[in-house]
Design a protein around this ligand. Structure first.
Ligand SMILES: *Cc1c(COP(=O)(O)O)cnc(C)c1O
Length: 229
């Protein structure tokens, strides 16, 4: 059995190697530990090994873990789909929300962010592979949505997030990440400040880093296979 601490070391090494291969500074990519479906003991083990940022996809599960881990100084990212009925809890309990794909939920998050907390860090999710079933705005809509989100007083727009379709064996695994980064640059050249590309998971973090990802979301490689959905 490999331990979570060992897995963390391995993933940090993969990130470091990819940064070297890409000619990027080692501190230009941060690691988000995706802990959905894993219990608080797993999060504690990762936190003891120095991991501070955790990503969760299921609201009720995440809120329960936050309660149980109040003694730790963790940064919580919500990476699941954002429905209107979840926005109040997200605005009150998270540091980041990655799945903004329409102005309505962004407006609600801004309205509902408590005054005692700093603005909520958010990413606009882009459906970079154009999958019919996936959340995320169309790439052609991303600039307008970013402009609108950046204008909301209680949100801080940080960047773009994507979950590409699984790469076919005959396709270039870096292509969706290259497209995402090109969109990121287009939006920045339009004068909108962005510093985050949230892209890359356990199986393809190297491809994402080669194409400019600044935040990789890694679950399986840290915590093991998920048995629950
Ligand atoms: C579950 C999940 C991940 C982590 O995927 P792994 O393949 O386990 O690393 C990353 N991003 C999102 C949005 C997820 O839902």
């Amino acid at each position: 059995m490999t331990s979570i601490a060992q897995n963390l070391q391995t993933v940090r090494q993969r990130i470091a190697r990819a940064c070297v291969a890409a000619g990027r500074p080692l501190d230009s990519v941060r690691l988000l530990a995706v802990s959905k479906t894993f219990d608080v003991d797993a999060l504690r083990a990762a936190a003891a090994a120095g991991q501070r940022e955790f990503g969760e996809s299921y609201l009720q599960e995440a809120l329960a873990k936050q309660q149980q881990l109040r003694d730790l100084d963790l940064v919580w990212h919500f990476i699941g789909p954002v429905q209107s009925n979840k926005t109040r809890a997200l605005a009150e309990s998270f540091d980041w929300v990655h799945g903004i794909d329409r102005i309505k939920v962004a407006q609600r998050l801004s309205d509902q962010r408590p005054a005692r907390l700093p603005p909520l860090d958010v990413c606009v999710q882009v459906n970079i592979s154009g999958e019919a079933s996936k959340s995320g705005c169309a790439p052609a809509e991303a600039l307008d949505l970013c402009r609108a989100v950046a204008a909301l007083p209680r949100l801080r727009l940080r960047g773009l997030m994507a979950i590409p379709a699984p790469a076919r064996t005959d396709s270039d695994p870096r292509l969706p990440y290259r497209q995402l980064h090109a969109l990121f640059e287009t939006i920045r050249s339009a004068g909108i400040a962005l510093d985050t590309v949230s892209a890359g998971m356990s199986d393809d973090l190297e491809a994402a880093i080669m194409e400019g990802s600044t935040l990789v979301r890694v679950g399986t490689a840290l915590f093991g296979q998920r048995t629950k959905p």
